[in-house]
Every structure is written in C-alpha cells, then in structure tokens.
Design a protein around this ligand. Structure first.
Ligand code: PLP
Length: 444
C-alpha cells in the first residue's frame, strides 16, 4: 500500500517526504521501489522541510518574497506554513545521524541549533535585507548581545552611538567592561568626527538609526565608509526601521540586528530577535548561540514568519498614520517640538529621504511642563495604550523619562535627546481620526 503511494508520487515527480514512523516499512519495500528509482533512499533523506521555496526572478519584489517565501511543503500539501513544535529531530539510520552531527549531511538536529520554522523566518529576513545568512534569537536583546559578544574578546573596543536602546547601553557600560571590552560613545549627528574616537583596538561600530526614542538618524553610507576604511565591523540595530524601510547592509553594514518583538510581529504577541549579515560573521553568532542557548522558540518563529507576510502593508499604514499624527502635533499650541524623520522640520530630513523608504511608525514630541506634564498627558489618554512596547497594531504612548529611561541621570537623558516632557508614540493601525481625537482630548 505504502509503496503504491510512493510509486505514484515518483511518477508524478512529487517530492517525497515520508513520516518517520513509516521508514521501517519503506526499508522493507525498498527493493520494489528501487526498481523505479534506484536513488530513492537518498531522495527521502535529503528532502527535508527546511528547504525554502526559491522565487522566480520576476517574483522577487519585497511583498512577494515576504508572502511566498516558505519552507517546502510536507506530504500533506498544506497551504499555510506548518509549525514544527519539537525540540529535537530523528534520523532513519545511525549513519545519517553520525553524518549530520559531523556536518557531512545536511539536516536538523535540535531546535537550539535550528528548526524549520526559524530557518524559514531567517531566510525571509535575509532576503529582505540582502544578507547572506542569519540567526534567530529569543528576544531582540539576545540578538544585540550575540551580535557583539560573538565577535569580541577582552581588550577590544567598541565605538558606539550614544543614542542606543537602554539595554544596549547597559551591555556596553556595565557588562562588557567586566570582561575587558571597552567603549566610547559618539554623537549620532556628528558622524564626520567619529574617526577621531577610534583606537588601535577598536573592532566594531555599533549604532541604531532611527534611535529610540529621540529619532536621531545616522548616515549609513558614511558609517559604512568609515568601517571599511578601518576594517571594522559595522553593526546596525535596524529595529525601528524594519527591512521594509531600510537595509543597512546595502550601505556597507556587516550585521543588521532586529527586535522581532516590534514591527515584525506587529501585534504585540511574541518576543524574538534576529541577526543577519555576512556569512562568516553569522557563523560566529551561530557558534556563540548554539552553545549559550538563546534560541528563538519555533512557535515564535512561526508567528513572526506569518507576520512578515503583512509587514509591507502594515508599515505603509503605520507610517502614514505616524506622519498624520506628527503633522497634527506640530500645529498644536501645547507641543513644543515634534520629531519625525519625514517631517520637513526634522534636522536630518534629507538623510531620512535618502536612506529610509518612509518615515517609520514612531513619533516623539515634547510637552511644556517636564515630567509632570508628560505623566499628566498619559493619565488623560482614553483609547491608546500606556505600555513600553512599540510596533503594535494598537497605538502606544510612552513617557521615557518616567519609565524606560528613568534609571538614567537627567544629563545622560538629555545627551540622547530625552527631555523631561518627551512623549513617544508608536502609531498603530486604528483609524487615524480616532487616534488624533484621543491625543487632542489628552492635550486639553
Ligand atoms: C532599538 C531596540 N533594539 C532592541 C530592543 C530589544 O528588543 P527586545 O525587547 O525584543 O529584547 C528594543 C526594544 O524596545 C529596541 O527598541
């Protein structure tokens, strides 16, 4: 019976993916099947579910890749990508198992190393970013940490933009110095003078653009040129822009890092992170993560990969809502200043137009009255959510000085553009009129 099905599949030229439990049966029927195709067992062994559909050249637009890039279908011919919620994988023979462990055979061993769902997600993000390879981690911070720790050793120095995410700041200032890795902060807008701060032991440039929450931009082309001139690794946190709006590798970055938790998920459900970039560097990230264990769960990878199918349409709406919000706030008498990369008043508007497809989903604005005014504003909000996350379908309002950045000294906050009355809005996908009306009533 089984061999009859296999016969049919072989005749139809279908890929043959056989449930593990049937392998002993297949072995029994091998002689029979081998008459039709002597190479049969090899085909069974190598047709794993980690192969990702390759796209035809004329289908390689961003949206098409995001939707059509998918792992090879299993024998059930499922339409939507399946979930491989399994910690380990099995082998039909001791030889194949030994060969896979030795790296002679391709195959998945254990979900801490790889899994069809994380492989699918990684491949998709690599295609979006133009990266050779990637690794998926349990959170954005695991990706940030691995992208640095996998490359550096005691005695190395990092040149970092001062405007980095709070936990990245803690890694640079508190954790790495314990292991003999030092840093120098430089101003994001002052890239023409970064060269002066390089040391003979500088190995990596770390930056975020746009920055969180001040929305300062860094010229990626200049950063890429600097890294190339001195043989440094350029490591860019691309979380705020997403690969839809910005592709740092195109400008010479070696690594692009993401918190998948934000726009990639887009509905505030799962944590996840990714590092993508040059294959040689990703080999180091993979080695580091394989043995330290911050792997992404297959479930989260499945959620994120499905979410990427709608990333382009979501980002277009997030960006148009954010632009409308920024324009509304700019004309409001109680607002001192609005920061949004695609507002003509943003000091780096031309740069934003050059390196970002649209302005992003985050708007920052400053209220008169400092911390108190910021907190009062949040207390008057009715519909939007008070939360620390961003990149959700729901509009989120945050007051960094009293929450995410409250541990910093006032001077440290000011140095990264966080004034006491600064409010950050992550524009959601609700109707823009409803978002504006909530903010209007909260501004009073
Ligand atoms: C720019 C940036 N990088 C990294 C992270 C960390 O991501 P996660 O919360 O997924 O660890 C965040 C989180 O807000 C972020 O904003």
């Amino acid at each position: 019976m089984l061999s009859a099905i296999v016969r049919q599949q072989l005749k139809a030229g279908c890929p043959i993916i056989i449930p593990e439990a049937n392998i002993p049966l297949i072995r029994q029927g091998l002689k029979d099947i081998a008459v039709i195709d002597p190479d049969f067992l090899n085909k069974v062994q190598y047709l794993g579910p980690t192969k990702i559909f390759t796209m035809e050249k004329d289908q390689q637009h961003f949206e098409t890749q995001a939707i059509r890039g998918q792992m090879e279908r299993t024998g059930y011919r499922e339409h939507s990508t399946p979930l491989f919620l399994t910690s380990s994988f099995t082998f039909p023979s001791a030889e194949l198992m030994a060969g896979t462990f030795a790296g002679r055979e391709e195959g998945i061993i254990y979900s801490r190393y790889s899994n069809p769902n994380t492989d699918e997600l990684i491949r998709k993000v690599c295609d979006m970013e133009g990266a050779e390879d990637g690794f998926a981690t349990a959170s954005g911070m695991a990706a940030v940490f691995a992208s640095m720790a996998a490359m550096l050793k005691a005695g190395d120095h990092i040149l970092a933009s001062r405007a980095v995410f709070g936990s990245t700041h803690q890694i640079l200032t508190e954790l790495f110095p314990r292991w003999g890795i030092t840093y120098t902060y430089v101003d994001p807008e002052d890239i023409d003078n970064w060269e002066e701060h390089l040391q003979s032991n500088t190995r990596m440039i770390v930056l975020e653009t746009p920055s969180n929450p001040g929305l300062a931009l860094i010229d990626l082309e200049k950063a890429g040129a600097l890294a190339r001139r001195y043989g440094l690794i350029l490591n860019v946190d691309n979380c705020f822009a997403t690969p839809f709006l910005q592709t740092p590798l195109k400008y010479g970055a070696h690594l692009s890092v993401h918190s998948g938790t934000k726009w990639m998920d887009g509905q505030g459900r799962v944590l996840g992170g990714l590092v993508v970039g040059d294959a040689g560097l990703i080999d180091k990230v993979r080695f580091f993560c394989r043995h330290t264990g911050p792997a992404m769960s297959p479930f989260n990878a499945w959620v994120l990969s499905k979410s990427l199918e709608t990333l382009a349409v979501r980002m277009e709406r997030h960006c148009s809502n954010a632009f409308r919000l920024a324009s509304f706030l700019e004309g409001h008498p109680k607002v001192l200043k609005v920061s949004y990369p695609y507002l003509a008043s943003h000091p780096q508007y031309e740069l934003a137009k050059k390196q970002m497809r649209m302005g992003g989903g985050i708007v920052a604005f400053e209220l008169e009255g400092g911390v108190e005014a910021g907190m009062q504003f949040l207390n008057r909000i009715r519909m939007c959510s008070l939360s620390s996350n961003l990149g959700d379908s729901r509009t989120i309002v945050t007051h960094p000085a009293s929450t995410t950045h409250s541990k910093l000294e006032n001077e440290e906050r000011l140095a990264v553009g966080i004034r006491p009355g600064l409010v950050r809005i992550s524009a959601g996908l609700e109707n823009i009129e409803d978002i504006i009306s909530d903010l209007k009533q909260a501004l009073g």
